[in-house]
Design a protein around this ligand. Structure first.
Ligand code: GDP
Length: 186
C-alpha cells in the first residue's frame, strides 16, 4: 500500500511515472491535481494551474515512485493536445463531471485519442469528478462502472472540492502502473 513521503528530493527515486490529465474542459482536472499534490482547491480557479506538470513522490512496496503529472493547460478547449503530451505516459487520469452528461459522452472520444497517441499499455483511471454535487448528477455510478468494466478501465468518483477519493484515485492509478512495470523488471 502506498504511503506519503512529502517532498522528497530526486535522489534515490526508483521509478518515475508520467501521468496525463485528460477530459473535457471544466471537469476539474487542474483542481484534482492541485488537491492531490498541494492539498489545495480553488473554486473560482482559472482553467489551468499555469504549469506543465506537478510532481509527487510516494513510497510503494519499499520503492520510491515519483509521479510526474501533466495538466493540459487548457489545450483541450482548442482540440490542440499534441502528441508530445502523451509521449512516455504510463498512465492517464481520464475525468468527466458527474453533473455534465456531455463530458461523460465524450469519454469514448478521449479513449480514441489515447488509442491514437499513447502507448497501447497505458493504464487508465476513469474519474467521475464533482461527487459533492451529486444532487445535480447526470451520470449514475452504475452506468460509469459498467462502462469502465467494458473498456477495461479503473473507476472512481471523486471530489476535488471535499477531497473525496482524490488520493485513492491517484494512488490506485500509480499502484496499477507500478504492478505493470515492476513485473517487467523482475
Ligand atoms: P479543468 O478545465 O478540467 O482543469 O477544470 P478546473 O480544475 O479548472 O475546474 C473547473 C471548475 O470546476 C472550477 O470552477 C473548479 O473550482 C470547479 N471544480 C473542480 N473540481 C470540483 C469539484 O470536485 N467540485 C465542485 N463543486 N467544483 C469543482
Amino acid at each position: 500500500m502506498a504511503q506519503w513521503q512529502g517532498d522528497l528530493q530526486n535522489e534515490g527515486i526508483d521509478y518515475m511515472f508520467k501521468i496525463v490529465m485528460i477530459g473535457d474542459s471544466g471537469v476539474g482536472k487542474s483542481q484534482l491535481l492541485n488537491r492531490f499534490v498541494r492539498n489545495e482547491f480553488h473554486l473560482k480557479s482559472k482553467a489551468t494551474i499555469g504549469v506543465e506538470f506537478l510532481t509527487k513522490t510516494v513510497l510503494m512496496d519499499h520503492k520510491l515512485v515519483k509521479a510526474q503529472i501533466w495538466d493540459t493547460a487548457g489545450q483541450e478547449r482548442y482540440q490542440a493536445i499534441t502528441t508530445a503530451y502523451y509521449r512516455g505516459a504510463t498512465g492517464a487520469f481520464l475525468t468527466y463531471d458527474i453533473t455534465k452528461r456531455h463530458s461523460f459522452n465524450h469519454i469514448e472520444k478521449w479513449l480514441d485519442e489515447l488509442h491514437n497517441h499513447a502507448d497501447k499499455n497505458i493504464v487508465v483511471m476513469l474519474v467521475g469528478n464533482k461527487s459533492d454535487l451529486s444532487s445535480n448528477r447526470e451520470v449514475s455510478i452504475e452506468e460509469a462502472e459498467e462502462f469502465a468494466k467494458q473498456k477495461g478501465l479503473f473507476f472512481l468518483e471523486t471530489s476535488a472540492l471535499d477531497s473525496h477519493n482524490v488520493e485513492p484515485a491517484f494512488l490506485g492509478l500509480l499502484s496499477q502502473i507500478y504492478m505493470t512495470v515492476s513485473k517487467k523488471h523482475i
